[in-house]
Design a protein around this ligand. Structure first.
Ligand code: PHE
Length: 333
């Protein structure tokens, strides 16, 4: 029996030394020292030994071997627990120093950039910013702008109608001019305001058209406002936005809501012209629709495309690219 004990002790010590996890140690602990373990069965067989001396010697050897195993298990547990802790710590480690380069920052879309720059320039010229609804009524989009139902100019707007009420009285605004009326109805003159926003027209997208685009409207209402104020404002804006080497000109045109009306163009330093938008003196009927007395107040209005400005500034060939949401395109600007 003594030989057997020695053999079990030695193989036990070896297995303890080779154990790589706390689970394995627990299993060895039960297998060797547990109630149904190897040492327990040795103890049971002590009774079958013949002499007291034999029992005593075997009992002592058994106890010594069990103590050795207990010590080895305890020592191995300490080592494995430490290793386990190191492993868990390493796995849970949150390294906050690893990102050496700053994450890439996005930026505003080029149309938003143009929109914000335009606002900045006009605010610098003393204007305030107003906005109006994108879904408009026939009254604000046409009627109040001196375009009654039968007016031929309406057809030029390629209007998108909603089917709300089914009578064409609720539509997607075709320009930002309806905001002029809303401003006149709510703000006491003098008025120096710009009204940027999204507008809609029934257009097939191509290189120069989108059914959804952006305009910025300007409205000035004060006493004794003349066409000279309009031309001066357009020129001040041109120089502030494009640079001192740019100039502007007005060309006669027609809009139902302004009289006289003009188209305005910007001249680049190389002498070439960019057609920018429409403008004119606010029509008396429009002043009246806005609740203002044309005998007391006069003013001018202008409107132009924001997308066109962004395209012009960045030399974008195809306006559709600006809305493709292709990151390789938009991140260039
Ligand atoms: N609303 C006109 C358009 O969309 C532009 C314009 C605005 C013209 C204000 C004159 C005065 O074409």
């Amino acid at each position: 029996m003594l030989d057997e004990v020695t053999a079990v002790r030695d193989s036990g010590l070896q297995r303890i030394e080779l154990a790589t996890s706390l689970d394995e140690i627990d299993r060895l602990d039960a297998e060797l020292l547990g109630k149904k373990g190897a040492f327990a069965s040795f103890k049971t067989s002590l009774a079958s030994l013949a002499t007291v001396d034999e029992k005593k010697a075997a009992g002592q050897a058994l106890n010594a071997a069990a103590a050795t195993i207990t010590g080895a298990i305890g020592a191995r547990r300490v080592v494995l627990a430490a290793a386990e802790r190191t492993r868990v710590l390493a796995a849970e480690r949150l390294d906050l120093t690893e990102e050496l380069t700053a994450p890439r920052r996005g930026h505003a879309h080029l149309v938003t950039q143009a929109w914000e720059r335009l606002e900045d320039v006009f605010i610098g010229l003393g204007f305030q910013v107003a906005e109006g609804p994108e879904v408009e009524t026939d009254f604000y989009n046409f009627e109040a702008l001196n375009m009654p139902r039968s007016h031929p100019a309406r057809s030029g707007f390629d209007t998108l109608f909603t089917d709300y009420r089914d009578d064409g009285s609720v539509l997607l605004r075709t320009h930002t001019s309806p905001v002029q009326i809303r401003v006149m109805q709510t703000v006491e003159p003098p008025i120096y305001m710009i009204m940027p926003g999204r507008v809609f027209r029934r257009d097939t997208p191509d290189a120069t058209h989108m059914p959804v685009f952006h305009q910025i409207e300007g409205l000035v209402i004060d006493r004794d406002i003349t066409m000279a104020h309009l031309a001066g404002t357009i020129d001040a804006f041109t120089k502030a936005f494009f640079g001192g080497a740019f100039t502007s000109r007005l060309r006669p045109n027609y809009f139902p809501f302004t009289e006289p009306s003009a188209e305005f163009d910007i001249q680049r330093p190389d002498g070439t012209w960019i057609e920018l938008g429409g403008c004119g003196m606010v029509h008396p009927n429009v002043l009246r629709a806005g609740g203002l007395d044309p005998e007391q107040w006069s003013g001018f209005a202008f409107g132009f495309g924001i997308d066109r400005m962004a395209r012009e500034r960045h030399g974008v060939e195809d306006i559709r690219d600006m809305y493709s949401n292709d990151i390789r395109f938009v991140e260039q600007f």
